[in-house]
Design a protein. Structure first.
Length: 256
């Protein structure tokens, strides 16, 4: 479970509820099926118009990442892996790298190490791995764009919902009680649209970008380690190179 997402949504809902209470607004006004239909169905319709089905099929997986988190390889584990490989390569040669590569589950690490074991040049390994990273970044950018675009559509549809509500309110000019209720209901869609866009969808897009950046950094660390192995770096040189990817505070914590 990604605690920050749960905390963020809970705090957002609580702030709206408490704010309405302090302002003397009736929370029951939020029970407005038409507003929810306009915002959620309208935003979904806009996303279907903006993206292909292939792209939108990733939506459930992305929601799972946002709410459940993403398991990334620990940087210290990567450091220890490549330090061990550097030691093994010095003792047993390239065979040690090939044997260890076949035991690794992560496809990127396995492929990169296999290229080192097969004797490919540093330039070739860098080019292949860098292309893999760039393709991943582009996929992640497209994934985050679904949420950022949804965050742009939802508030606009909130204005549309308010306009529809005001049209309905104008039909009740003869009844002051109904007129007040209709105007209040009209702005529920605006509130819902702004909340959905700026408390949920835009922040979700940003979270996906941050997770993508973290994954890219891990892959670059793996690539750096593979290139160091290819050049015949010692275990001490390997450790010095890869420690640069670990924050100093974490480095001290782990070394202690």
């Amino acid at each position: 479970m990604e605690k920050s997402t749960v905390i963020g949504i809970t705090a957002g809902l609580a702030s709206i509820g408490i704010g309405m209470y302090l302002k003397g607004a009736d929370p029951h006004a939020l029970i407005n099926p038409a507003a929810y239909l306009i915002i959620f169905a309208g935003t979904a319709a806009a996303l279907f118009n903006a993206f292909t089905m292939k792209e939108l099929k990733r939506f459930p997986v992305l929601c799972k990442i946002i709410f459940c988190g993403q398991k990334l390889t620990d940087k210290q584990e990567i450091l220890e892996l490549f330090v061990d490989l550097a030691k093994a390569a010095k003792q047993d040669g390239i065979v040690a790298i090939e044997k260890r590569a076949n035991e690794i589950d992560d496809a990127f690490t396995r492929t990169t190490l296999s290229m080192v074991a097969d004797g490919f040049s540093a330039d070739f390994i860098y080019e292949v791995a860098e292309n893999d990273i760039k393709q991943m970044e582009e996929r992640h950018r497209a994934n985050a764009l679904i949420f950022s675009q949804g965050g742009m559509y939802a508030p606009t549809l909130g204005v549309l919902g308010a306009v529809i509500g005001l049209i309905a309110a104008l039909g009740n000019l003869s009844d002051i009680d109904k007129l007040g209720h209709s105007i209040a209901a009209a702005f529920v869609a605006t509130l819902l649209g702004i909340f959905t866009g700026y408390v949920c969808l835009h922040p979700f897009a940003n979270k996906l970008k941050r997770l993508s950046a973290a994954e890219v950094e891990i892959k670059k660390m793996i690539l750096e380690g593979a290139l160091a192995l290819q050049s015949g770096a010692s275990s001490l040189a390997m450790e010095a190179k890869l420690q640069a990817f670990i924050p100093v505070s974490e480095r001290k914590q782990r070394n202690d």
